[in-house]
Design a protein around this ligand. Structure first.
Ligand code: SAJ
Length: 442
């Protein structure tokens, strides 16, 4: 009688990445146990509540309840263990593998030959071989596939996460993946897991290093392209050319052009972080990633550039230094409550150093706001500083609403507002790489 396949999987790290994987695995028939080191998250999930504001996740959790625990021992009888913990940077932008290392150390006593251990966290080429495997080797009685054997060993694989928070079109279910593993058996086991839960192709890379490099390449690609348009925006500000129009023009080219858009900076736990992992690994290997570092410098300069645009515009309009500024939106990305590495949070810090009264309103972050409504933020004739293009902010900030509130100047950090309409009603509009001045101010 064939042994019944072990369909238990342990998902370690139940955040934006791990929870969607856990719920999809549960939907596809896996017996799922979630492991997380935050007890509050564990109890929320056991009570059927998603620990983050995400309607789709909350609905999935209701439909496919999973059990969660802080105890790594729960992974002992799992066939597949998936690690989805953060890989942030330290305050001086050095890679911080502590969350990954502590997950490995927590799991280590419970790992057994025959299991496949898959890391989804974003890491640079070399981390699996140089950080994860040595940590696992500290358990001398656990044979690893990296020792060359291909049976009765712990199999090790990497499948970089590709979750896009807030995206309804591309989800954990339909985004293609790449995987890399140490041995062919490891590839087979990891691929079998993803083939059983995804409705998307899984590409097998020639090595773990290549799989690590794929995610770094795709995210540094995005960072440098955003930096490129941010630099062009600064240049076009000098020339009075509207970069949004120019990008739209360039995008009529049906090949070899991929539009990215300027803004007040690059935030989030992926694009603004991942390049530093490659920069550091390159440095260790004796290679200087001058281009990646330049892109980081350009993108990190955008919050200060945006405040500079406001200062120059306010001076040109001879607005009094006591004109209040309403910073609208703090999240790094629209329609999320995620503040990690957010440029708008950096702008809040810069504005906080000035004399003018500062009002902060983000509907997704009431705790970080100092007024309770948009109406309160705009009262009395303010300078609007759009920090995040949340749909509900953009739709409320119509030209008519701005005039009605007596707004004196609009700084649009995400080029998301109706520039023409705002200027037509007599309010000066400055975006990033675009501006519209009322006829009177021309
Ligand atoms: N941003 C720009 N201009 C752009 C695009 C983004 O300034 O043209 C800014 C955003 O405002 C934000 C930051 O960059 O502050 C990052 O935005 P993002 O859309 O890249 O969002 P993330 O950080 O959630 O990136 C994720 C990544 N997904 C994974 O790492 C699995 C990234 O690889 C995706 O390309 C991205 O989503 C996406 O395409 O939305």
């Amino acid at each position: 009688m064939a042994k019944k396949a072990n369909k238990k999987t342990a998902i370690v790290g139940l955040g934006y990445v791990g929870l969607p994987v856990a719920l999809l695995a549960a939907e596809k028939g896996w017996q799922v146990v979630g492991v997380d080191n935050v007890a509050a998250k564990v109890s929320a999930i056991n009570a059927g509540r998603a620990p983050m504001k995400d309607r789709a996740l909350s609905a999935a959790l209701k439909k496919y309840p999973i059990s969660a625990t802080t105890d790594y021992a729960a992974a002992a009888d799992a066939a597949v263990i998936v690690i989805c913990v953060p890989t942030p940077v330290t305050a001086d932008n050095a890679p911080d593998l502590e969350p990954l290392n502590s997950a490995i150390r927590g799991l280590r006593p419970h790992l057994r030959p025959g299991q496949v251990l898959i890391v989804e966290s974003t890491i640079n080429p070399g981390v699996m071989d140089e950080a994860v495997v040595p940590l696992l080797k500290e358990r001398r009685d656990l044979p690893l596939d990296s020792d060359g054997a291909d049976k009765n060993v712990l199999y090790i694989a990497h499948c970089p996460e590709r979750i896009n928070p807030g995206d309804r079109r591309w989800t954990v279910r339909n985004i293609p993946r790449v995987i890399g593993a140490t041995t062919n058996k490891g590839v087979r086991l990891a691929k079998a897991f993803y083939d059983s839960i995804l409705e998307a192709p899984v590409k097998v890379m020639a090595s773990i290093n290549e799989a690590e490099a794929v995610k770094i390449l795709e995210n540094t690609f995005r960072d440098i392209n955003i930096a490129y348009v941010n630099e062009m925006a600064k240049s076009f500000d000098k020339l009075g050319i509207d970069i949004e129009h120019v990008i739209a023009g360039a995008a009529t080219k049906p090949f070899a052009f991929l539009p990215h858009y300027p803004g007040n900076g690059v935030g989030g736990h992926c694009i603004s972080v991942d390049p530093y992992y490659m920069i550091e690994r390159g440095r260790q290997a004796g290679f200087d990633h001058a281009f990646l570092k330049l892109a980081r410098r350009i993108n990190d300069s955008m919050p200060e550039y945006t405040v500079g645009v406001m200062d120059a515009a306010a001076a040109a309009l001879k607005l009094s230094a006591s004109t209040p500024v309403a910073l609208l939106g703090l999240s790094y990305k629209k329609n999320t409550d995620d503040l990690r590495e957010s440029p708008a949070v950096e702008i809040k810090k810069l504005l906080g150093k000035k004399k003018m009264p500062l009002r902060v309103f983000d509907p997704f972050s009431p705790a970080q706001s100092n007024v309770a409504s948009l109406k309160e933020a705009l009262a009395g004739g303010v300078i609007v500083m759009l920090g995040t293009n949340h749909d509900e902010l953009v739709s409320a900030l119509t030209p008519a609403a701005l005039v009605k509130a007596g707004v004196k100047l609009v700084i649009d950090g995400k080029n998301a507002l109706d520039a023409e309409g705002i200027a037509k009603l007599g309010i000066s509009y400055y975006g990033i790489g675009r501006r519209r001045l009322p006829v009177a101010n021309k």
